[in-house]
Design a binder for this molecule. Structure first.
Ligand SMILES: [Zn+2]
Length: 438
């Protein structure tokens, strides 16, 4: 057993009459990381007021004194919020035996105001482990209402948490999706980030989306999330936002997740992606229409849908019900990628990016040692191989009829003029989809 963590504890109390002032002066602070909102049922609040009125204990709160001298509520948020509502007069007391706080007679009021609310004040003296101690303490105190996964993940700190929290709160994608489910969307942002960081898209192997995967990601990426991955993730969110637009308002998180996997994969692997947002947009409309055209319990395909397509979408719906397992993620990813390929035929980039030494040698002798651009002799060691149809637009590396060997300088010149040509064509609106060029 590890040594017990003994925090710096002090036992103390407020009186009930102070509570409103403490909130007003922001002495009591509900750390947004632990913000659970007002989740108690009305009957639980009334029961609490009954305890107070009868002079019984409402238990002991746990507060953490932070560096700003404010009390962060680790345990007791629901109790304090209920008391505050009672004091504000916003707690519905009809059908109870209680008089509203504002209407109490002087003597009763003094009596009520003097009710002691006991608390433990924690101050961690170990600055190194302090953050973790607070989180762990919070996670273990739950006022009888267990935290859900989103709340548990949100309570942690570190770079991974900062990244998905910022995305979940600020990205246009989630704003468009938002409703009354902030924590669910934050969890969705966390899920997408986890899949981006830990997913193996090539081999379709994804981490489970159970709490344990998040806890280990929080540890792995405590100090930093690789910036390039983070940029890629943010750009995926932007692309989804642009492509889906108003469809987002009715989109379920599980479908957003599948579309995320698709977009992330296509951005890395599909050749010629200038038009990707429009392609995703058109695809998503068709995909979501089919998906929502029948219920999971339907045994027969809806009118106009071939049986085998129906079976595919039906299997997808079943997989989407089990949202967190690697198998479910894999089968949904395969299905959506397959559907995209069927509805939007496209060319994948050659996984092999560069020509190897053997291929270059073959080109060298095929061209009899002469540069394919200027026709002058080359030094083999200083020559470079070029894709005629570029790699990004689907040019195959192993197809040597699509390759030529050039002087380095000639290669640079050629690239420059290609870029110019490309700009012109885009400006003229001729270039809609790459991979179809020459
Ligand atoms: Zn040359």
């Amino acid at each position: 057993m590890p040594r017990q963590k003994v925090p710096d504890i002090e036992f103390n109390h407020f009186v009930l009459g102070q509570i409103n002032d403490l909130f007003a002066q922001e002495k009591i602070y509900i750390n947004p990381a632990y913000q659970r909102g007002d989740i108690w049922k009305h009957s639980q609040k009334i029961e609490l007021i009954r305890s107070i009125e009868s002079g019984y204990s409402i238990g002991v709160l746990v507060l953490f004194l932070n560096d700003l001298g404010k009390y962060e509520i680790l345990d007791g948020q629901q109790r304090l919020l209920a008391i505050k509502k009672y004091l504000d007069g916003t707690l519905d007391l009809t059908e109870t035996e209680f008089t509203a706080y504002q209407d109490l007679e002087r003597r009763e009021r003094i009596h009520t105001d003097a009710y002691c609310i006991y608390y433990l004040k924690l101050k961690s003296h170990d600055t190194e482990s302090r953050e973790e101690d607070i989180v762990q303490t919070f996670l273990r105190l739950q006022e009888g209402t267990p935290l859900n996964k989103a709340e548990k993940i949100s309570a942690h700190r570190g770079a991974f948490k900062d990244a998905f929290k910022e995305a979940g709160d600020a990205s246009e994608l989630f704003k468009r999706m938002s409703g009354d489910k902030r924590f669910r969307l934050r969890l969705l942002a966390a899920e997408m980030l986890l899949l981006e960081l830990e997913g193996d898209f090539e081999n379709k192997i994804f981490p489970s989306l159970e709490l344990q995967s998040f806890i280990s990601a929080i540890k792995t990426y405590k100090k930093r999330v690789p910036p390039s991955k983070l940029r890629f993730y943010m750009a995926n969110l932007d692309l989804l936002h642009i492509s889906l637009n108003y469809l987002l308002t009715a989109l379920k998180p599980s479908e957003a997740l599948a579309l995320y996997l698709l977009v992330s994969y296509l951005r890395k692997h599909k050749a010629g992606n200038q038009n990707l947002p429009n392609e995703i947009s058109a695809f998503a409309k068709e995909f979501l229409k089919k998906l929502n055209s029948f219920s999971i319990y339907d045994k027969e395909a809806p009118k106009g849908m071939p049986g085998e397509i129906f079976q595919k979408y039906r299997a997808y719906k079943f997989a989407a019900k089990v949202m967190t397992t690697p198998e479910s993620l894999k089968s949904r990813f395969e299905m959506i990628l397959g559907e995209f390929a069927r509805l939007k035929p496209h060319i994948e980039k050659d996984p092999k990016r560069y020509h190897d030494e053997e291929q270059k040698r073959e080109l060298f002798f095929r061209q009899e040692g002469l540069c394919a651009h200027c026709g002058k002799p080359m030094d083999f060691r200083k020559s470079t191989a070029d894709h005629v149809v570029s790699h990004g637009e689907g040019g195959k590396t192993d197809d040597l009829s699509n390759a030529q060997l050039l002087h380095e300088r000639c290669h640079q010149k050629l690239e420059k003029s290609r870029r110019k040509q490309r700009k012109k064509e885009i400006a003229a609106g001729n270039l809609t989809r790459a991979g179809k060029a020459p």
